[in-house]
Design a protein around this ligand. Sequence first.
Ligand SMILES: [Zn+2]
Length: 182
Amino acid sequence: MDVDEKTLKKGEKYYKAGKVLWVVKYGDKLFSKVLGTYPYYVEINTSTGENRCTCPLGGDCKHVAAALKAYESGVYFETFDRHTELFPEAIAMEFLAEVPELALDVTIKELRFALNTDESGSETARLFRRALLLLQALDRPEVLHVLEEVLEEYRHVFSDYRLTEKLEGEFRELRERSKGGV
Ligand SMILES: [Zn+2]
């Protein structure tokens, strides 16, 4: 590994700002997804220090430093699934599925991010629906407000989409149901 002090500091900041979505440990390898200008995928070999990132630098970057900081802070899932190297994100999703609260937090982070980077609206819609599903089982009224804001922005950008109407309908339904439950 060849990460300088300044990059390590930046990585720590990223970690503290919640930009590390997840870290999966498989043997001596770490896999991670970190939100930067775009979402980036990081791989680190903890024994050799070798690392890779999908950002323009390719590695030894603040995303690698951020993932490492999360790992050192004990924030990671450990797996023995041999499919991890091919599908680290799927493995992370399996872990998150067991912890809906955490899954919702990660989904909201991705959703806010997608809203600013997703030109088609497709990824935002997918994450929005996942958040709705997760919310059905959780009592998190503050997240309803977040979703309402997201929806407003979405309506603004994709005003001519039928999808927008559908998402609005799905959101209203959930909101009514959660009101009924109170
Ligand atoms: Zn990077």
